[in-house]
Design a protein around this ligand. Structure first.
Ligand SMILES: *Cc1c(COP(=O)(O)O)cnc(C)c1O
Length: 407
């Protein structure tokens, strides 16, 4: 007899293009920090859809806002005004400390918007010669999957055979402030950077990196663009990760948790002067800023604030990190991260991460390896201390039973 799980997996494998290799679990329900599979088994979600579910699955307040709007008005396009967009963007801008925002849907679109804004700003305000604009990016970046964005990826699996790459991007090592200084030319319009590189395996840059980068950008009239799509909305223990460095990037890209785990909502934020380069007709999106998204996004921010999720992430993240640091060093060589964006990296003797991920899944905890030897732990920010205790005991036991070199 084939199980329900096998049936659903077979169906997906037959009909879905094979650009993913999911962990073999079929989910059908979510509530708070937990998800349930089609056999009824419960799991603690330690991925949170790559930090898109910071508020927890099916948060009642966000669901309520969505339901209410669902029966009222869902889509108008930007050909008309709607009664939700202005107040949503006001909420978002005031939460982040910015003057204007361009609403989009996916994270990649927010990145594309940031790139377009920076290039136009370069030509129209900085005075860069036509079609000469350069944007500096970092090695091992992850900014999304559009053709332009994958063109400046350093992962062959991501960019391979999707060329030719869009010109105008210069790659430098992440965390290297000298490299940034050296890469800037009169044609540089922006430095696009993740405050912590999530997909690269939760890579935290050296202390003060972002602050120094902000200074260098300012000195050279270069826009600093912070991609906070994964690190935003409380994940790292502050509303946005750049706030740890007490700086204000010129442009901030947000997505993921802005949608409260319900729908794709993203935005590009900046000053009035910078965002005003997007003149009428020069950019847009049919679904961007739709009333349903605005209602959901507003509720998503409300929940982050009301439930003090950034403060929780700071406190519980430190607690979780401390626990992970007790894992034996000959098995787990490094524990890193900030707030509730954490990762462990296995030693060579301990081997690849995948078997550990599967052992955790068997014991009711869902996480995903990034690259070969790293596992990220990023549970919903509503997680409790008791749930972290439970998660850690499962993680420890799974590793103990899987590692060839525990003893
Ligand atoms: C997920 C992510 C993106 C892309 O977001 P999508 O919604 O998948 O397009 C961009 N930047 C970072 C840092 C991300 O983590």
């Amino acid at each position: 007899m084939v199980s329900k799980t096998e049936e659903f997996i077979e169906l997906e494998r037959t009909w879905a293009s094979p650009n993913y290799t999911p962990i073999p679990v079929v989910l059908s329900k979510g509530e708070g920090v937990y998800v349930y599979d089609v056999e009824g088994k419960r799991y603690l979600d330690c991925l949170s859809a790559y930090s898109a579910v910071n508020q927890g699955h099916c948060h009642p307040k966000i669901v309520e806002a969505a339901e209410k709007q669902l029966h009222t008005l869902t889509l108008t396009s930007r050909a008309f005004f709607n009664d939700k967009l202005g107040s949503f963007l006001k909420r978002l801008c005031e939460y982040a400390g910015y003057e204007m925002a361009c609403p989009m849907n996916t994270g990649a679109e927010a990145v594309e918007t940031g790139i377009k804004v920076a290039r136009r700003w370069g030509y129209r305000i900085k005075g860069v010669e036509k079609d000469k604009a350069e944007i500096i990016v970092c090695e091992n970046n992850f900014h999304g999957r559009t053709t332009t964005i994958v063109g400046f990826s350093s992962d062959p699996e991501t960019y391979g055979d999707f060329g030719p790459a869009t010109p105008g991007f210069i790659k430098i090592p992440y965390g290297d402030i000298e490299a940034l200084k050296n890469a800037i030319t009169p044609n540089t319009v922006a430095f696009l950077v993740e405050p912590i590189q999530g997909e690269a395996g939760v890579i935290v840059p050296p202390e003060g990196y972002l602050k120094q980068a902000a200074e260098i950008c300012k000195e050279n009239n270069v826009l600093l663009i912070a991609d906070e799509i994964q690190t935003g909305f409380g994940r790292t223990g502050k509303p946005f990760c750049f706030m740890h460095d007490d700086i204000k990037p010129d442009i901030v890209l947000v997505g993921k948790a802005l949608g409260g785990g319900i729908m794709p909502i993203s935005a590009t934020l900046g000053s009035r002067e910078i965002m005003s380069v997007l003149t009428s007709g020069s950019h847009g999106s049919t679904f961007g800023g739709n009333p349903l998204a605005c209602a959901v996004g507003t509720a998503a921010i409300d929940v982050i604030e009301e439930e003090k999720l950034a403060e929780r992430a700071a406190e519980l993240g430190e607690y979780f990190l401390g626990k992970l640091q007790t894992l034996p060093k000959h098995v787990v060589k490094e524990v890193r991260g900030k707030g509730l964006l954490l990762a462990i990296e296995f030693t060579e003797e301990a081997g690849k991460a995948k078997p550990y991920v599967l052992a955790m899944k068997e014991r009711g905890l869902l996480a995903k390896q990034t690259h070969e030897t790293t596992i990220r732990f990023a549970p919903p920010l509503i997680i409790t201390k008791e749930q972290i205790d439970w998660a850690f005991s499962v993680i420890e036991e799974a590793i103990k039973n899987t590692a060839p070199n525990w003893n």
